[in-house]
Design a protein around this ligand. Structure first.
Ligand SMILES: [Zn+2]
Length: 428
């Protein structure tokens, strides 16, 4: 268990772990009920008291908490301690208007550091490493979360924060960075820039990267590993439950170990809300088990995944979640088939096209149709054969007839952040 920060919890017997989860859950429910009016009325309306939950399964009786509920509680309605006891405030990225404001007590901050130390330790980080944290150190949870974890391990930390790519690269080269924390898209851009500058990735000291805070595919992972000559590990977290440190990949990269002693995960059918079994894909719901300032009960994350309870090859026993396939809101339904833009992106990446693309959905004679517009540098005459090769791949892998239209590079507007490039004209 050399590469585990907290082997006691990370390799605990399921029975013992569930006992701890239940005790922490009961205490969280009482705490939330007593101090957050939203939870008091949620319980009262559903006719259940926090003392009625005597097993982990009984949590299913409690209604969900949604992002909408949190937004209506702006800024402090969900705080379960007085502001005087709140040691730090962060917020969600707030891409759609008001952000969600999240508080941490001193003890919450300590836990947060340890959870992030688990993430970094699983990437075999030690005292000799130099870690460049390229997440923003502002209200966003990423920078400070990883920073705290790195300091606990004793890594040399470079709080690079959100500076431009060329400065990130010069810091990386001059300071002999061995490990990088960033958005996967940021790592890709660094990789492209290194190429343009004529720097061979193996000439840098970089060997491992921890990427998260936006969905990314296996194809992107391969590109990052290739361009930066590193091992790329996925991690998962979200501001509403405290930020990074919820789940992480170990060296076996066989799903993300969820820090179950601090978060109780469930997967539900996003339409009916019904609980799903191990291996079944649905929406991840999280309940915090140790949060003092901002306890969350059955928070609907909007992220699609599945759970695997078999112990991992690394010896860890924490449940593993599959890499997030997409957001519930992003899921497209075409002729009854569920599809994510990320699946389209994955296929496009294996052809000489991109990076920009646009998915257009429309209806023809009552039937759903889909068109993918993508930029390609290939010459005019080679476009038709390339387009039909991509269409064949879509049909083979997704079971859908999708029209492919190749466009000149620079003609599609770049999609920003988490907004996917989808135009749905079917309602009209
Ligand atoms: Zn593992």
């Amino acid at each position: 268990m050399k590469w585990m920060w907290d082997p006691k919890y990370e390799t605990m017997d399921r029975e013992e772990l569930e006992q701890i989860q239940l005790e922490r859950l009961q205490s969280t429910l009482h705490h939330a009920y007593r101090h957050v009016p939203f939870y008091q009325s949620l319980f009262d309306k559903s006719g259940i008291g926090p003392g009625d939950i005597n097993s982990l399964q009984e949590l299913r009786e409690v209604p969900f908490t949604t992002k909408g509920d949190l937004l209506r509680g702006f800024p402090y309605d969900f705080f379960a301690v007085p502001l005087a006891k709140v040691a730090r405030i962060h917020t969600s990225s707030g891409t759609t208007g008001r952000p969600i404001v999240v508080g941490y007590t001193r003890r919450d901050l300590q836990h947060w550091g340890h959870l992030n130390a688990r993430v970094l330790m699983a990437g075999e980080l030690g005292e000799r490493d130099v870690l460049q944290v390229s997440f923003n150190y502002g209200l966003f949870t990423g920078g400070f979360g990883f920073h705290a974890g790195a300091e606990l391990i004793g890594v040399t930390v470079i709080p690079a924060s959100a500076m431009g790519i060329s400065r990130q690269i010069s810091v990386m080269i001059n300071f002999k960075t061995t490990a990088l924390v960033s958005l996967p898209s940021h790592a890709l851009r660094i990789g492209h820039c290194l190429r343009e500058m004529g720097v061979e990735p193996k000439d840098t000291s970089l060997r491992v990267g921890f990427f998260g805070a936006e969905p990314w595919s296996e194809a992107i992972r391969h590109q990052i590993e290739d361009h930066l000559s590193i091992r790329a590990l996925d991690n998962y977290g979200l501001a509403e439950v405290g930020g990074p440190g919820v789940a992480f990949e170990c060296q076996y990269r066989n799903g993300l170990h969820i820090n179950e002693d601090h978060f109780y995960p469930e997967v539900i059918n996003p339409t009916t809300g019904e609980a799903l079994g191990p291996g079944e894909e649905g929406e991840l719901v999280l309940t915090t088990l140790t949060k003092e300032a901002f306890p969350m009960v059955r928070f609907r994350t909007g992220d699609l995944t599945s759970l695997e309870y078999k112990p991992c090859e690394c010896g860890g026993t924490l449940v593993r979640m599959a890499r997030v396939k997409g957001r519930v809101d992003d899921m497209l339904i075409i002729r009854g088939i569920n599809l994510f833009p990320s699946q389209i992106e994955d296929i496009l990446l294996s052809f000489e096209v991109g990076p920009n693309y646009l998915i257009r959905l429309y209806r023809e004679e009552g039937l759903d149709q889909m068109e993918v517009q993508v930029e390609s540098p290939v010459a005019g005459g080679e476009r038709a054969p390339l387009a039909s090769r991509i269409m064949k791949e879509f049909l083979d892998r997704l079971g859908l007839d999708i029209t492919v239209k190749l466009l000149e590079p620079g003609t599609i507007e770049v999609s920003k952040g988490k907004q996917r490039a989808v135009v749905d004209e079917r309602e009209i």
